[in-house]
Write a protein that binds this ligand. Structure first.
Ligand code: SAM
Length: 217
């Protein structure tokens, strides 16, 4: 009970500090996700962050920090693991559609369990390697956190990246080397330094697109 209260308070104050408004039902879904993550992490090793007190800042608020910069309605989270950042973002953006993909069956089963338990009709889970994925939709945005270098992410997703697709890469330190090594037909169109309550260290969001895509909608 104490745990839930702590997480509730942390979530409420974190969202307020970030200027993110979520309805009560959305906040309840996020708290239920935290509960499931804590429960199944013990058995399935879903995230290296073991302390549930840190899950709010390191996982939920960190994921939601990308919220103001997302454009479009159809998103793919590559290497979503336990559902990050895709699950918090799909809860915050119920009108958009989210495909959460991972090659690890334990993790996709967990995400599917969350989808059913929490009632997330805008979420779809794919158990496959990104290189083998052939979707039946076009993505406006492809997002990842802690998945791969920018170059490897582009290589894995290349066939899914249309001229108007934006790639969102959540990073710790500013990835100078990765940007330098990026394929020549891609460019960084936006860079945002993120403030995440409760997270020490730097957080960056790089928005990348095929050259010539300014991201206007
Ligand atoms: C370090 S975890 C990050 C998970 C999550 N995005 C997060 O921030 O907590 C990287 C994930 O990428 C997945 N992965 C690695 N290579 C992949 C590939 N080629 N296709 C799909 N998933 C992959 C792994 O199974 C793992 O769950």
């Amino acid at each position: 009970m104490t745990l839930v209260l702590n997480q509730t308070e942390q979530l409420t104050s974190g969202l307020k500090a970030m200027g993110v408004k979520l309805a009560e039902v959305q906040q309840a879904k996020i708290l239920r996700y935290l509960e499931l993550l804590h429960k199944w992490n013990k058995a399935y090793n879903l995230t290296a962050v073991r302390d549930p007190v840190l899950h709010v800042s390191r996982h939920i608020l960190d994921s939601l920090a990308a919220l103001p910069y997302l454009k479009g309605v159809q998103f793919l989270d590559v290497g979503a693991g336990a559902g990050l950042p895709g699950i918090p973002l799909s809860i915050a953006l119920p009108e958009s559609h989210w495909t959460l993909l991972d090659s690890n069956g334990k993790k996709t089963r967990f995400m599917d369990q969350c989808r059913m338990d929490m009632g997330l009709p805008n979420l779809r889970v794919e158990h496959t390697r990104i290189e083998a994925f052939s979707p039946d939709v076009k993505f406006d945005g492809i997002i990842s956190r802690a998945f791969a270098t920018i170059g490897d992410m582009i290589a894995g997703c290349r066939d899914l990246i249309l001229s108007e697709t934006r790639i969102y890469a959540l990073k710790g330190l500013y990835p100078h080397d990765e940007i330098e090594a990026m394929p020549a037909d891609f460019e960084v169109v936006e860079w945002h330094k993120l403030e995440v309550p409760g997270c020490d260290g730097e957080r960056h969001l790089l928005i990348i697109a095929r050259s010539g895509n300014t991201g206007g909608s």
